[in-house]
Design a protein around this ligand. Structure first.
Ligand code: DQQ
Length: 537
């Protein structure tokens, strides 16, 4: 099989060909989940952007529909960029999106179903009173985009539009009584210096008490808020947890939650322009994100496709209230096939153990590791501020004490190629404190040169008093999506093996620390292929 096909994903969403980017307007309507996404119908590079459309009953099997929103009018003739759906009372969906108009200005438009009795929402109408929000005086018309899902408060619908004022990132707030006439609030909901353009803002409530999701308009005592922005300067996303003051229409991040570059991230790898929505079927909030290629643009063109959507994740507030937790939707487990189970297996220093009997190039693996003591752990140097740099310094082959231990994914037989996903545990200055590093290191992922192979990493804020830490990885040909410590730290890597392809790919666990690690339990499954691009009719 040519590499053109070998790197296509088996169960991560992608269309048959061409370029995709941001997920748009996710929602549930009349029994179907709707996924729209930025799509170039003419090629494998960004351009000619329309809203492609697929529907699913279970977030796993998808049916393809024709594009839902595409340039036809003066207010979107140069592109239909990202946006969100809101389901108005009476089960009436409405989409807000950014149109690139005849002057190449970014304006916000609305679209409504042409036929509300069609559960597939195939056709959308873009009324002639668009645009409904234009940049107005003092706003940079080429940095004004990506309207959020609206929330309702005190007789008004409210939305955010991402922007910047010089180098200051901005989330402009707009209010409307009828969803058509919008007025800009005097102050943005939030802004932060030196963060540049805020793309794809997302603003939503989370419950302080449980893992259930909340409708975007939920407010009150048991609720915190999350503001996420996508920073185009680094192509990373950051979120804060804080308090929304509806009376003032201002948002204040908590003091445990920093704005900007040193802040929290949904994913410490290749994950961008994400968006959440409330799923009323299972009372949860779900997160969709885009994982771009890391291959050379020329290879994308040769392959004829570029970009995938990550597996939708349930997202909720951790019980300490300082960060979010994420976990692949439970429906994904319906794809699990052949299983390998292990328990109480010791991994001595320098050992690697192969997990045999599954399709290692298309797999789901969930493992709990334990260690007996952290006494001998390496000392953490407080100058190590950046996890990715630290992973670059201390890769999977650099010996340690408690770790590095974890998985070698998409590995070739003799380990010419492998993408290690692993932990390394350090002792920190504070006697009882430890610092946990999680890495997904693409440097050894491919023998091919000229591709982006970063040593992605994040710290894991986890209590190690039970002597255990878990790791789940979703492996799918050219993507490894990993969830550390039950979803505290997530990392997505895009990789392009030349040997570890299809049936030649292998999966190992490993330990390169002097302390013996125990695999308490390990389950690995071959993953079946869902229906993905069949036309609905
Ligand atoms: N992608 C869209 C924009 C958005 C960017 C254009 C983020 O609306 O800001 O395709 O990836």
């Amino acid at each position: 099989v040519s590499v053109k096909y070998a790197h296509r994903t088996g169960y991560h969403f992608q269309p048959p060909k061409h370029w995709i980017n941001d997920p748009n307007g996710p929602m549930h309507y009349k029994g179907w989940y709707h996924l729209f996404y930025q799509y170039n119908p003419k090629g494998a590079v960004w351009g000619n952007i329309v809203w492609a459309h697929s529907v699913s009953k279970d977030l796993v099997n998808w049916r393809a529909l024709p594009p839902a929103i595409y340039p036809t009018k003066p207010f979107d003739i140069n592109g239909c960029w990202s946006g969100s759906a809101t389901v108005l009372p009476g089960n009436r969906p409405i989409i807000l999106y950014t149109g690139i108009d005849t002057k190449n200005h970014q304006v916000q438009n609305y679209a409504v179903p042409a036929n509300a009795s069609d559960p597939y929402l195939r056709e959308w109408t873009k009324p002639d009173n668009n645009p409904i929000v234009d940049p107005g005086p003092g706003v940079n018309a080429s940095a004004f985009r990506d309207p959020t899902t609206a929330w309702f408060e005190d007789g008004h619908w409210k939305i955010l539009v991402g922007s910047r004022r010089k180098h200051r990132g901005m989330a402009y707030l707009y209010r409307s009584r009828d969803f058509i006439h919008w007025t800009k609030a005097k102050h943005p909901l939030h802004s932060a210096p030196k963060t540049g353009m805020w793309e794809c803002p997302d603003f939503f409530p989370v419950s302080k008490n449980n893992a259930n999701g909340l409708d975007t308009s939920a407010l009150g005592q048991g609720v915190k808020h999350v503001l996420k922005v996508s920073l185009d300067l680094t192509r990373y996303e950051y979120y804060t947890i804080g308090t929304y003051h509806p009376d003032k229409d201002r948002y204040m991040p908590d003091n445990t939650s920093a704005d900007g570059w040193s802040g929290l991230r949904y994913d410490y790898g290749n994950f961008y322009a994400s968006k959440t929505f409330f799923d009323p079927v299972k009372n949860r909030r779900l997160l969709w994100g885009w994982a771009n290629e890391s291959d050379a643009v020329q290879s994308d063109v040769q392959k004829g496709w570029a970009g995938i959507q990550t597996i939708p994740r349930k997202i909720w507030l951790d019980s300490y209230g300082k960060q979010l937790l994420q976990w692949p939707v439970e429906e994904l487990e319906t794809l699990r096939g052949q299983n390998v189970h292990m328990s109480s297996v010791k991994l001595n220093n320098g050992e690697h153990v192969e997990i045999k009997g599954i399709t290692a190039a298309q797999a789901d693996v969930d493992v709990v590791f334990s260690f007996s003591s952290l006494d001998g752990a390496e000392q953490f140097d407080s100058s190590w501020l950046n996890a990715q740099d630290l992973c670059g310094l201390k890769g999977s082959g650099v010996p340690g004490n408690v770790g590095p231990f974890g998985l070698l994914t998409l590995a070739s037989e003799h380990l010419e190629e492998f993408t290690p996903v692993f932990f390394r545990i350090f002792k920190a200055d504070d006697q009882n404190k430890h610092k946990v590093l999680m890495c997904s290191d693409a440097r050894s992922s491919s023998l091919k040169s000229g591709i982006y192979k970063p040593s992605f990493a994040g710290f894991v804020d986890v209590d190690l008093s039970d002597g255990k830490i878990s790791l789940r990885s979703l492996i799918d040909h050219s993507v490894v999506e990993s969830f550390g410590a039950g979803g505290k730290t997530c990392i997505t890597s895009r990789v392009y093996p030349t040997l570890a392809l299809l049936g030649n790919a292998r999966l190992f666990t490993f330990n390169n620390g002097t302390q013996t690690i125990t695999i308490e339990t390990l389950d690995a499954w071959s993953m079946n292929r869902p229906v993905m691009n069949q036309a609905l009719e």
